[in-house]
Design a protein around this ligand. Sequence first.
Ligand code: COA
Length: 412
Amino acid sequence: MTQYFSKITGWGMYVPENVLTNHDLEKMMDTNDEWIVSRTGIRERRIISEGESTVSMSVEASKRALDKAGINAKDLDLIILASSTPDYLVPPASSMIQDELGAECGAMTLVAGCSGFVYGLNTASQFIRSGAYEHILVIGAETISAGIDWEDRGTAILFGDGAGAVVVSRTLQPGGLLSMSMGSDGAGWDALIVPALGTKNYPNHENIDRKEHKLKMKGRPVFKFATRVMSDATVDVVTQAGLTMDDIDVLIPHQANQRIIDLALRRLNFPAEKTIVNLDRYGNTSAASVPLAMIEALEDGRIKDNDKVVMIAFGAGLTYAAAVWQFQPMEVSPEDEAILVTNWPVDSAFQRKLQEMRTAAWKMKVQARTKASEASMAIMLPLYSFRKGLKKRGKKEDNQDEPKTQEDKQGQ
Ligand code: COA
């Protein structure tokens, strides 16, 4: 039976022109650039203007991806849109995109929070590798700004809008998806939630007055979940691929927070220079975050032919998804493909065993580092909260000591 591989043959991105900086936010709410940069790494984000939407951004990104792949929308066999902020709850935005592109294929919207694009890429690869489909368009697109409460400094500073799209095609060139992992921890379902946009709590005057149609987030539990799955899921996919982090050329993490990324890099002992970060310019664009980072890295040559790349994302649900992807060279003649296929794979049993042992030893090292880092967080966090409590109490007592009225002052 012919062995097919998935290959990213085209990519395109679209971000709104409108830039909202931390200094702009300072004028809208009680926050400041220094706090945002030190706690998140974000400096600015893009926000849609009138006429732009999840569908319009997806269509632009997709046209660029189709152009790059050198195919027509009619060549597509499936469209997968990953988004939690579609133009409408019904109909699926994926069908509106299919119509605007002029594609004649199935289309579906995948809702898995910020992990959506990696879920979509993993799903598309299965249809490609089975031989069922030849070209699939996978899009990650979000208009989070529409769901932001611009008086909530806990969420407003974090998010931005944008769209990234890739064409995943069938090939005989070995590579593409080498391993994947997808997970869900639904116990944390209310950590990131828009309470009044579904059928359980349909929008009405009362819940809109309470701003329940806007995004609510419990930052601390999400942070904890994120740091755990970033290293655990990466170890999982790298191990499955029979590799170690030394074999990984590029890491594309979900662009949520620089501190989450730094912690994961420390646990994985992976260099920052090989990690793609653009959250300073776009903030957290949810399902668009991994494709935007990937596309910029492909465009500026940080991802090169045959590079092995880890993608790891986490988000509402709570969900996570990871993959190891090998980027095959773009230019390959049919003869080259035939040669590559006959040579694949040539590992001797001895080499395979050696690699298995290397992978197992590396996995144990990362797990030990993660345990130590979690233990130090478990000790430091209560200390930090205790110190914060003391500071607050100190401030309160100072205030109580201060004379409040003219009579108080005179009485002293
Ligand atoms: N500007 C200024 N001060 C702010 C602020 C802002 N935008 N937001 C919160 N603060 C204040 C708080 O009120 C608090 O003040 P206090 O000490 O007087 O009570 C202080 O800063 C610390 O707040 P805290 O919520 O403990 O901050 P944090 O260190 O946990 O950072 C997040 C907050 C949101 C940046 C962090 O929790 C985070 O990144 N979580 C993950 C979120 C995420 O990635 N979500 C998307 C997942 S896909």
